[in-house]
Design a protein around this ligand. Sequence first.
Ligand code: AMP
Length: 279
Amino acid sequence: MIISRTRKELEIALNKLSEIPGKLALVPTMGNLHQGHLSLLKIAKKKASKTISTIFVNPLQFAPDEDFETYPREENCDILKLVEEGVDLLFAPNVNEMYRQNSKTTINVGGLTDCLCALSRPGFFDGVATVVTKLLLQALPDIAIFGEKDYQQLLVIKRFTTDLDIPVEIIGAPTIREKDGLALSSRNIYLDPKSRSIAPSMFSILSQHASNISNGSDIKKSLKLARQNMHDLGFDKIDYLDLRNSQTLETCSDLKRPSRLFAAAWLGSTRLIDNLTVT
Ligand code: AMP
């Protein structure tokens, strides 16, 4: 696997890869790789003959009170995992390489970013959209793969690549979970044993209420009850628990398919998110 640290090195490596025929797939990450990330790489390997992954902890998507400094960085382990998955190229720039000192441009996506995570994390989606735009323009992949775990992020990325005519196919990949249902996340290591034992109930409560709504339960009552269940089981603060249209993220007062249930809630100082489709 080639490792590029600078845009120049990336350009040289991409030139080399261009000699191999077939599609190029991109899988952007912030590192500390787990089976969720690796599942995206496996999809990339199936869909393309060349795979590039990136590891970049993007300061633009962290608020000042968030964990940018302490975000888990495990590059040596990550490199071994990427090699094992057969990734051809890793782009792992530092912050100064990614953002020029006098950089003044950010990407803002309207509509999809006035709800859910955007309300509790102002600026987050601008940060994501800006770095993903840069990575797509730097690597010019044919396809790029993102997890449904971050479903709103996936929609935002699909929106701006379409709006900005970036010639790439964005592919969503299913959420990979622990055996007990907890969605894998690099931040799960922050959970202490008590919080870790409560965390999977976010998925079980969402699953239960998704099934109830699907079977005709009143949506407002179900959402209220789901919130109550989460509080009772020990979640500290619920940022949102909503049923929304899967494409527009508009709230649904009746069950218009396709819809998804979305939740974000805190266990101590750790914020968990999850979502699932209501069939
Ligand atoms: P991150 O390193 O958290 O920025 O995530 C990088 C990519 O991995 C994003 O596209 C995420 O949506 C995806 N991802 C994170 N966790 C999971 C998971 N449990 N299952 C599938 N994809 C995931």
